[in-house]
Design a protein around this ligand. Structure first.
Ligand code: PMV
Ligand code: MG
Length: 332
């Protein structure tokens, strides 16, 4: 009997958060190689276990396991449409993206959803494209009423730095309500996912505030403050940051991310907490730029540093301020 193991990482927004909730807008999102692992093999009955919880379940309704169970249900519908017969398995998910019970905020629900899709693809020996994996996972979250942009899923599925262009989620939701899974998957949803290859050396640092924020609630809180001006200026900043990365233009990267950060500050006071302000301000006089990442209100901020001595200084300043270096990489 074959046992399969799959893994998925996390993600963090570099720029474009909140704006990306509007179709047509773009965001830059970076994959974070901190992983969840899924192990799956044949069993007599369905057995699902995640180390987020201290118990296992089958397919009977369970609130904690509903995301995993609904992902399985959607993927099984798809498996049947391919002329295959679903059969029981044991699925074990480990590597929770948290510490001492406090989540890092690098995309655990998106990561779990992609993980389950990938585990089932392996189990049923399906060679699905990354795009199909993204669409299946997105289908699950839209069906569940998730209020996010799905940019997290794009980044986690592609496991790379991506420039994601948002699609019309209301449109896809209405297709989900009216048409078959296979028909919905076959349509062009209108998103674009482009992998960005930076043309310069840059240290990428992630600072963790240790304060969990709930993106769903932040979105509810902030969404009505989004204006056409915010969208236009954020889009310009995202495009500039992407081209700065692709052409290796450090000044463009710095000014565009500072601009994106400023726009978030003006958008809503809940985004930049005291800790996130300190995280950002710590780059003062350094050859670096920092900002809040994602919904804000806690979780993580990111920094790009163009000089390794300055990276070290930044890490020390964060440490003094109680901001934990969650992740650091010598390239983007
Ligand atoms: O806090 P995060 O990393 O889940 O990012 C949320 C980004 C938002 O644009 C605010 C919401 C979304 O789903 O795009
Ligand atoms: Mg967050």
């Amino acid at each position: 009997m074959t046992k399969y193991a799959v893994k998925t990482g996390g993600k963090l927004y570099l720029a474009g958060e909140y704006a990306i909730l509007t179709p047509g807008q773009q965001a830059l999102i970076k994959n974070i190689p901190i992983y969840l692992t899924g192990e799956i093999d044949t069993a007599r009955d369905y057995q699902l276990y995640s180390d987020m919880f201290d118990y296992a379940v089958g397919l009977e309704t369970d609130d904690n396991y509903s995301l995993i169970q609904e992902t399985i249900a959607v993927v099984h519908d798809f498996i049947k449409s391919q002329g295959l017969e679903p059969h029981p398995f044991r699925l074990s998910i480990t590597g929770k993206l948290e510490k001492d019970g406090k989540k890092f905020g690098i995309g655990s629900s998106g990561s779990v959803t992609i993980l389950v899709v990938k585990a089932l693809a392996a189990f049923y020996e399906q060679d699905w494209s990354v795009d199909l994996i993204f669409k299946l996972a997105t289908y699950v979250l839209l069906k569940r009423g998730d209020n996010g942009s799905m940019g997290d899923l794009a980044c986690i599925a592609y496991e790379d730095l991506v420039l994601f262009k948002a699609f019309d989620r209301a449109q896809v939701r209405s297709w989900i309500a009216e048409e078959s899974l296979v028909d919905v998957l076959a349509k062009d949803w209108g998103y674009q996912i482009e992998i960005i290859k930076p043309a310069l050396a840059v240290d990428f640092l992630v600072g963790w505030t240790g304060q969990p924020a709930i993106s769903k609630d932040m979105i509810k809180h902030v969404k009505s403050a989004i204006t056409a001006d915010f969208l236009e200026q954020t889009q310009a900043a995202v495009k500039t940051a992407a081209s700065g990365l692709e052409t290796g233009n450090k000044e463009l990267i710095k000014t565009s991310l500072q601009g994106a950060s400023h726009l978030l500050k003006e958008l809503h006071p809940a985004i930049y907490t005291e800790e996130l302000l300190v995280l950002e301000g710590a780059v003062q006089d350094l050859d670096a730029v920092a900002k809040s990442s994602g919904s804000g209100g806690g979780d993580c901020g990111i920094a790009l540093s163009f000089n390794s001595d300055d990276s070290q200084k930044l890490i020390e300043r964060w440490q003094v301020a109680g901001i934990e270096l969650l992740f650091c990489q010598e390239s983007l």
